[in-house]
Design a protein. Structure first.
Length: 307
């Protein structure tokens, strides 16, 4: 599915909300239940939508994802096979909701077919195996954020499940970081022209969750790739801000938010010349900060200027 708690989660949540305009009402309700962790109820509604329109890709695909989250592999694969013929994207190969299916031979067979379709429509990848490796890293990197959101929503912020999930996430992040360092040493920073935009962004996601030393080491590579049109300036901005906050310096683009345990609310880390933050955000392709911070219920009232 396309909704997760990190920065990528927030971006994908926005895209999913926009896409709902074209979804059946029953699918929208099922998606809400699935996001809340009520998978049995969600599946019942997805099945209702499937009976109404078996060719609706979103409903059928999301039902497969709900089954995958339950690790009900047979049903997940059945509905994936129903949905994918109308899809020519890399969605299934990087979707965190399908993380439990990866080791199954049926998943690999579907991924092979999907890769053939993607390349037939969008062109051959220079490094297709590297692309698939990076999609898998994106899949695992983004996995289980939804579980944290559900645990906090049902049990509160201080619950027994969240620490266990974050420990699992920490181990996944370490494995991905080690693998990415090897990739960079052998191939350099993954470029859009080599692996496509989605796979290239996976490298950024992994480094975004790495320790300070790795982030500092690879920021110049990301900047160089941006200058060559091979990476996203918005990704560079997020990484730059994260390094700044780790060095206890003001961030530049207002992308980093922290939780204040005293007020039990979120707040942005200090921002350099906050009255110009929207101008800087626009320069790297980021939207207005007031819209961005509203996702954490933060009111931004600093009057904006340009220079």
């Amino acid at each position: 599915m396309r909704n997760h708690l990190t920065l990528l989660f927030l971006f994908l949540f926005t895209i999913c909300a926009q896409a709902q305009e074209n979804q059946m009402p029953v699918t929208i309700k099922a998606d809400s239940l699935r996001q809340a962790g009520d998978l049995a109820e969600a599946i019942a509604l997805y099945r209702e939508g499937y009976e109404q329109d078996a060719d609706d890709f979103t409903n059928t695909y999301n039902m497969a994802c709900a089954y995958a989250l339950l690790n009900n592999r047979d049903s997940a694969f059945y509905f994936l096979e129903q949905a994918l013929p109308s899809d020519s994207t890399v969605l299934m190969m990087r979707d965190p909701d399908l993380v439990f299916l990866y080791e199954d031979d049926r998943y690999q067979a579907l991924a092979e077919k999907q890769m053939e379709k993607v390349q037939a429509v969008h062109g051959k990848y220079q490094k297709p195996e590297l692309a698939r490796t990076l999609w898998r890293m994106m899949q695992t990197d983004q996995a289980f954020y939804g579980h944290t959101r559900v645990a906090e929503g049902k049990l509160g912020r201080r619950n027994i499940m969240t620490p266990a999930i974050w420990e699992l996430k920490h181990r996944i992040n370490e494995e991905n970081q080690e693998a990415l360092v090897e990739i960079i040493e052998d191939n350099g920073w993954p470029l859009r022209s080599q692996v496509g935009g989605t796979a290239a962004s996976a490298a950024f996601l992994v480094i975004q969750h790495a320790d300070y030393e790795l982030q500092k080491r690879y920021l110049p590579m990301i900047e160089a790739a941006c200058k060559e049109g091979e990476a996203s300036w918005s990704s560079y901005a997020l990484m730059y801000d994260r390094i700044q906050t780790r060095e206890d310096k003001p961030q530049k683009y207002g992308s980093q938010v922290r939780f204040n345990p005293e007020t039990e609310t979120y707040e942005p880390f200090p921002i350099l010349e906050p009255e110009y933050v929207n101008q800087r955000r626009a320069e790297v392709g980021l939207g207005p900060i007031e819209n961005y911070l509203s996702r954490w219920d933060i009111d931004w009232e600093v009057e904006q200027k340009t220079k």
